[in-house]
Design a protein around this ligand. Sequence first.
Ligand SMILES: [Zn+2]
Length: 172
Amino acid sequence: MNHETFMKLALEEAKKAEAIGEVPIGAVVVQHGEVIGRGHNLRETEQNPTYHAEMIAINQAAEHLGSWRLEDCVLYATLEPCVMCAGAVVMSRIPVVVYGATDPKGGCSGSLMNLLREERFNHRATVIRGICQEECSSVLTTFFRNIRKNKAARHKGVVNLKVESTEEEMKE
Ligand SMILES: [Zn+2]
């Protein structure tokens, strides 16, 4: 199976997050062609800052292997891993990271910095970016566009309410 196939599985996870109102980010950990960990963003649901898709997938994979060393594993993430998740990749010795969309505001796997290629650490990962990039970004942009739309609709609702009550007052 190729990178696109596994990224589609990460995208499925992202859509699970979207379905419950979480920012749609998904991840899977694959070893020898088998998915051994999967996760989607649950930060709001759990009110836990460490519940990123990648962290959940990495935890599941470690549990599956009974080891903190995720050797021969590939992490697929729909969005470029942040400082914490890239850190977890270094700590778990994952050799390959594949991601879809870049995150210019928080990505630490090439955008703001690249913790996965940092010479001073005792571990470096191969980074492959841009797999299913369009789909990975569009799921995020659609999510945020809808939030803005809903906010605008609510705001309009409030304004209309005010206008109505003013009219009521005028009648009195
Ligand atoms: Zn993260």
